[in-house]
Design a protein around this ligand. Sequence first.
Ligand SMILES: [Zn+2]
Length: 300
Amino acid sequence: MKLLKNALGACLLPLAFAASVQANDHWDSVEVKAIPVSEGIYMLMGEGGNIGVSIGEDGTFAIDDQYAQMSAKISAAIKELSGDVPKFLVNTHWHGDHAGGNENFGKQGAIIVAHENVRDSLKVEKSIKLFNMHKPPSPKEALPVVTFQREMSLHLNGDDIRLVHVANAHTDGDAIVHFTGANVIHAGDTFFNGFYPFIDVDSGGGIAGMIAACDVVLALANDNTKIMPGHGPLANKADLLAFRNMLAQAQANIQALIDGGKTEAEVVAAKPLAKLDKEWGDGFLPSDVWVKIVYSGMIK
Ligand SMILES: [Zn+2]
């Protein structure tokens, strides 16, 4: 559990404070670890969302790119794995801990691919009130140049890679990336492995969509599938199922209180997730904060 907390502490901090106010030596101290997932496929953990990388005969394909301050370290880690500047780069959603490096990689020639709502969100100023995070409109080089509405495929490195949009889950532009041959899935932030997830209700997210997104991934997975979560350690189908069941339980408990006419303050005071907190509430979001997020998405 200690390892998880460290990983989470590292992922919360830059969201809580604008990246620009982080001291330079903070970024100097971050290490990028490459976790082998399947032949030619790795999960890179540094600071921010987990990155998926496929390296092979057609070049390097990346899923997400963390913060702009991480780009050089990510490039070095990819090079160490015999990869190169990503030829294609998919954003699972617009958040800065997943798409913050877009400008750097775009300038180096990466073709950025995402759901069309990700492009729309990157083009404008966006904020996440909870983390006091503001993102100015992104420059041209940071924008996806290939966008899709429902799904699309890339045929690279001997695999058929499906990008599937799941609506109104963590945001309004989430994509799941499925390496159909390798039996590997990157679930983006529709899956936080082991702890309560942030849900960006202001960007169109909600717990019902999170559960539906889990069901999409569960339907694609079998017991041998490797699942990269947006945050937390590399996972399998059982881990995702446990997360999905937690979400469903939380939704049911909070819905019962809403149906009983309770206000937000009363819902929080009722501690509807008391039985889940021990397992899921000791990492990223405290229970009360998460209850408010879920509640706000359910009454919309
Ligand atoms: Zn996110």
